[in-house]
Design a protein around this ligand. Structure first.
Ligand SMILES: NC(=O)c1ccc[n+]([C@@H]2O[C@H](COP(=O)([O-])OP(=O)(O)OC[C@H]3O[C@@H](n4cnc5c(N)ncnc54)[C@H](OP(=O)(O)O)[C@@H]3O)[C@@H](O)[C@H]2O)c1
Length: 241
């Protein structure tokens, strides 16, 4: 049975690139998604055409799901989990003068509670495979992004969680994070946003989804002595804050 990875929010954008790349590297993939049914199904068909029996779709709202059930369902695929990639997240502004309890709960649930609960529920199975967890965080875990205080706090928490889990789940499971800079533009963005960001990136371009996918491959296959680390993939943006 092939190594098996679960990628949350795996139907589109960065998550889909990670699924495609890990699949090309020989892993079977469990593509978790929530609302992107059509994209998830298209991706599954694409990958299944290349290697039949190598993909499973898992639909769940991470705000509502029972995490034990989600992991149990994932195990019905290959009866193993080698890699958990916590990629799903919510990203929207929450200006200080417009904070709401709903936004707070929603973002904490998806960006912070879900990765922790998935890690906890999958831990026994990951340990059996000497597996690994990769949390996709953000450079804004460390540098403040104006008007995004709740998102930024969740990303800081996820970074801190990465180190804590690396300690608590060792030696059986390695836990690392990837902190992307600008990789894909947000789907809803203000005018002038792109130029303002580009001017602050020393490499003078945004990244590619494959930069994140290859970092994930490295953490899975070539980083056996790495745990509790964050790989920043940002073209140097953090140097020019
Ligand atoms: N894009 C960038 O340049 C960038 C920069 C820095 C950090 N990041 C981080 O990289 C990761 C991927 O970025 P992205 O831009 O590709 O992400 P995205 O498109 O904003 O979101 C990824 C997925 O999260 C899933 N999701 C949201 N709410 C959910 C819920 N309630 N239950 C289950 N799934 C839910 C969605 O799945 P469905 O579509 O199926 O609903 C969505 O496709 C994120 O963790 C993000 O914080 C991205």
């Amino acid at each position: 049975m092939n190594k098996t990875a679960i990628v949350t929010g795996g139907a589109r954008r960065i998550g889909a690139a990670i699924c495609r790349h890990l699949h090309a590297c020989g892993l079977d993939v469990i593509i978790h998604y929530h609302t992107s049914d059509a994209a998830a199904e298209a991706l599954a068909v694409e990958l299944e055409t290349q290697r039949p029996g190598s993909v499973r779709l898992l639909k769940a709202d991470l705000a509502e799901v029972v995490f034990e059930d989600l992991v149990r369902e994932a195990l019905t695929f290959n009866d193993r989990i080698d890699v958990l990639i916590n990629n799903a997240s919510l990203f929207y502004p929450t200006p200080l003068d417009d904070l709401s309890e709903d936004n707070w709960q929603e973002m904490l649930n998806i960006n912070l509670k879900a990765p922790l609960c998935l890690a906890r529920c999958a831990a026994d199975y990951l340990a059996r495979q000497s597996g690994c967890i990769i949390n996709i965080t953000d450079i804004y875990a460390e540098i403040p992004l104006a008007d995004y205080i709740i998102y930024s706090l969740t990303q800081s928490g996820l970074t801190r969680m990465t180190r804590q889990l690396a300690r608590d789940l060792a030696p059986g499971i390695r836990v690392n994070a990837i902190a992307p800079g600008a990789i894909l533009w947000p789907e809803h963005r203000p005018a002038g946003h792109e130029q303002a960001i580009l001017e602050r990136i020393p490499l003078q371009r945004i990244g590619d989804v494959m930069d994140i996918a290859r970092a994930a491959e490295f953490l899975i296959n070539d980083a056996g002595y790495l745990t509790g680390q964050v790989i920043t993939v940002d073209g140097g943006r953090r140097l020019n804050f």
